[in-house]
Design a protein around this ligand. Structure first.
Ligand SMILES: NC(=O)c1ccc[n+]([C@@H]2O[C@H](COP(=O)([O-])OP(=O)(O)OC[C@H]3O[C@@H](n4cnc5c(N)ncnc54)[C@H](O)[C@@H]3O)[C@@H](O)[C@H]2O)c1
Length: 397
């Protein structure tokens, strides 16, 4: 074994990981640790050392996913000398506290999105990472769907010319039933904001990745169901296991949030996030229109990218469907032969491979690192301010 702290810049073969969170994202990230070294050639192999979560099922989770140890105390995890990387998959209000503690203990930090409750917290996370010189990454995993990465490469290569429009939506419908209980994602003190911080966060990140920074915004939010049953005690961990109790409580976050944006390069943006879009389960749509063509992507058909080339003979123009499954498309070569499609979980594996090879071992910033994700958080904050004050708001610095 040749294990060293990633922050010493020495070559290492094994990277000991401490994962915090053992439910939805805990599972998605565990799957990524399991598979990443099997498909990618890594400069350091992740070792699933310890998982931390709250609840009697944590040991069962550890056993099932192959974590060597488990604990309910995250402070133990971040302090351990033998842990090199801390991965945070907990509710939003815990991100800053856990990420700062991990950075102060010189761990590389992977943190779920949204980065923080607000930009003030995000700035503290950036400062802690900078002071301790630790690699960081925020888990905006959809950037690493091959079709999205390929779209970015094509836009950067000038395929669209001058970009005029970005049109982005992230639509779900899982809380439309007014009897669905008030889970933590509906409580401002734990989540920060509702559909906005949860869903707009992803499409703002994606739009910034594809097109660049956003200068100003004007938005609106709505909470359609303002009172919900509280969760019944003892209900299961998964969203589908949630049961309503007899008492009710207020919902103090948005169910939906739409906003307009002006990009620094002059492009116009429209963004919409909703948990009340019947029929949409995890519908992420983005379209970019430029002087030379357009791209569009729909996560429900994530292996496809649609491309319009305005330089073609106008009689032959039309959106063409590119199946992003050729071995020379981004990430695809490590997976299956051409045409054998991939799914949701592959985005996390792709992300982890980049973070380990380029960020932790390569010591290069991997995007979106904390400093980059702060810019997304600043856009989110500006939208909420705009909705409250009913006016355009400049995105802060
Ligand atoms: N990247 C994505 O696409 C994506 C998708 C879903 C969720 N998320 C984000 O991931 C994060 C977690 O969401 P989730 O859906 O996995 O939530 P979840 O409710 O399914 O799991 C939360 C986990 O945090 C643990 N936890 C809570 N308090 C803790 C504490 N004090 N110490 C240690 N562990 C604690 C719980 O035990 C649980 O394992 C959120 O920030 C969410 O926005 C990202």
């Amino acid at each position: 074994m040749n294990v060293v702290n990633p922050c010493t810049c020495m070559i290492m073969k094994e990277l000991n990981v401490g994962l915090i969170g053992h439910q939805f994202m805990g599972k998605a990230h565990s799957n990524a640790y399991h598979n990443v070294a099997k498909f990618f050639t890594l400069k350091a192999k992740p070792v699933m050392k310890v998982v931390c979560g709250i609840g009697p099922d944590v040991p069962v989770f550890a056993e099932r996913w192959g974590w060597k140890e488990n604990t309910q105390n995250y402070k133990e995890v971040v302090k351990r000398d033998d842990i090199h990387m801390v991965d945070i998959c907990t509710p939003n209000k815990l991100h800053a506290e856990m990420a700062i503690a991990a950075a102060e203990n010189k761990k590389a930090v992977l943190c779920e999105k949204p980065m923080a409750m607000d930009a003030a917290e995000a700035k503290q996370m950036v400062a802690a990472a900078k002071k301790n010189k630790v690699p960081t990454l925020v888990s905006f995993c959809y950037r690493r769907a091959p079709a999205v990465t390929f779209m970015k490469q094509m836009i950067a290569a000038g395929k669209l010319g001058r970009v005029y429009h970005v049109r982005a939506q992230y639509l779900q419908d899982w809380i439309m039933d007014p009897k669905f209980p008030r889970v933590w994602r509906l409580v401002k003190a734990i989540t920060g904001s509702g559909a906005h911080g949860d869903l707009n966060a992803h499409i703002v990140d994606m739009a910034r990745y594809l097109v660049g920074d956003i200068d100003e915004v004007v938005g609106m939010t709505e909470t359609f169901i303002k009172q919900r049953p509280l969760e019944a005690p003892g209900a299961g961990a998964g969203l589908r296991d949630k049961k309503a109790g007899s008492k009710t409580g207020a919902v103090d976050v948005d169910d939906a949030c739409a906003f307009l944006a002006r990009f620094a390069n002059g492009a116009m943006g429209t963004f919409e996030a909703s948990r009340f879009s019947g029929g949409h389960k995890n519908g992420i749509f983005i379209e970019v229109n430029g002087s030379k063509g357009s791209f569009k992507f729909n996560f429900e058909d994530m292996n496809e990218l649609w491309y319009l080339d305005l330089e073609e003979d106008n009689r032959e123009q039309g959106f063409k469907r590119i199946l992003v499954t050729e071995p020379n498309h981004p990430y695809v070569g490590v997976w299956w032969p051409a045409g054998h499609i991939i799914g949701y979980e592959h985005n996390f594996v792709n992300m982890l491979a980049d973070f380990i090879n380029d960020g932790i071992v390569g010591r290069k910033p991997v995007m979106p690192d904390f400093a980059d994700a702060l810019k997304t958080q600043l856009v989110l904050d500006a939208v909420l301010k705009s909705a409250e004050e009913r006016c355009w708001v400049k995105v802060g610095k």
